[in-house]
Design a protein around this ligand. Structure first.
Ligand code: T3D
Length: 261
């Protein structure tokens, strides 16, 4: 696929952003290919988790500014670009039925940072960094940045990150709760693959329900969220994987989840 590669593993897929000479800056073909890759993963019953990473020394430097600079800025409708290319991708990842792990192997800037933050479990190499680069070039954080940042790190840090557009280290990102964990550079991919492989052997349909509940909690009051938990727990409780999980516990053996609802 254009500007990305997809590798099959047992139970999961690794999607790699693949324009290393441009720090994997995003192009329209790359964003379309990414969307197709996530849709294909969702449609494949053998695929039970997804790992997203970048090739080379960067994770993703955000929108390819050379491509945007060919537009006439007086008439360019960046809102239309965001609507067509970024918003569907971010919604797709957030609502994806499979767990999505992100291994941030280097700089994650602008929309590249927010693409990473849309994933469920974000690991970053010690040498990686995050920058909400948008204000540096006269733009606002997009790709879900203004939604994710305050929820992840609180209002004060979200404002400073977005308004100052300062780069923060992976260590700082982990300390603030922007990401799940910082990992030594040499260990990043092995650890990311191990987590993704672990997730791929879990009760997949239930993990999808957990994602739905957590996403909805951002908007719901407590009463509404409790009702949603009731409904989703009913669904989880009817799954073969719940029966297997409970049986395995009682029989003191590891569960063998199929991932099906
Ligand atoms: O347009 C819309 O649809 C609106 C949506 C906007 C979403 C956004 O993401 S806006 C934010 C865009 N991103 C940025 O502003 C970040 C720009 N890049 C940088 O500030 C720096 O490159 C980094 C801090 C990320 C890394 O710096 P460094 O020194 O490690 O690397 P470098 O030398 O600057 O970059 C290496 C190459 O990648 C270089 O190419 P060259 O000169 O060797 O041929 C550089 O031009 C290229 N590159 C890096 N980022 C981008 C890029 N090329 C195009 N677009 C980029 N965003």
């Amino acid at each position: 696929m254009t500007d990305i590669s997809v590798a099959e593993r047992t139970g999961y897929r690794v999607i790699t952003l693949n324009r290393p000479d441009k720090l994997n800056a995003t192009t329209a073909p790359m964003l379309r290919a990414l969307r197709a890759a996530f849709e294909n993963a969702a449609d494949d019953r053998a695929c039970r988790a997804v790992l997203l990473t970048g090739a080379g020394r960067g994770f993703c430097a955000g929108q390819d500014l050379a491509a945007v600079n060919t537009l006439d800025t007086a008439t360019a409708d960046l809102g239309a670009l965001v609507e067509e290319l970024y918003n569907p991708l971010i919604l797709l990842i957030r609502r994806h039925p499979l767990p999505v792990v992100c291994a941030v192997n280097g700089i994650a800037a602008g929309a590249g940072a927010n693409l990473a933050l849309a994933c469920d479990i974000v690991l970053a190499a010690r040498s990686a960094s995050f920058v909400q680069a948008f204000a540096r070039i006269g733009l606002i954080p997009d790709a879900g940045g203004t939604w994710a940042l305050p929820r992840l790190v609180g209002d004060a840090r979200a404002r400073a990150l977005a308004l100052l557009a300062e780069k923060i280290s992976a260590e700082q990102a982990a300390a603030w709760g922007l990401i799940w964990r910082m990992v030594e550079d040499a260990a990043l991919m092995a650890e990311a693959e191990a987590i993704t492989a672990h997730l791929a052997a879990q009760p997949t349909a239930t993990l999808g329900l957990i994602k739905r509940a957590l996403l909805a909690s951002a908007e719901n009051d407590l009463e509404t969220q409790l009702a949603l938990e009731r409904d989703l727990q009913r669904e989880a409780g009817r799954s073969g994987d719940y029966a297997e999980g409970a049986r395995a516990f009682l029989e003191k053996r590891p569960p063998r989840f199929t991932g099906r609802a």
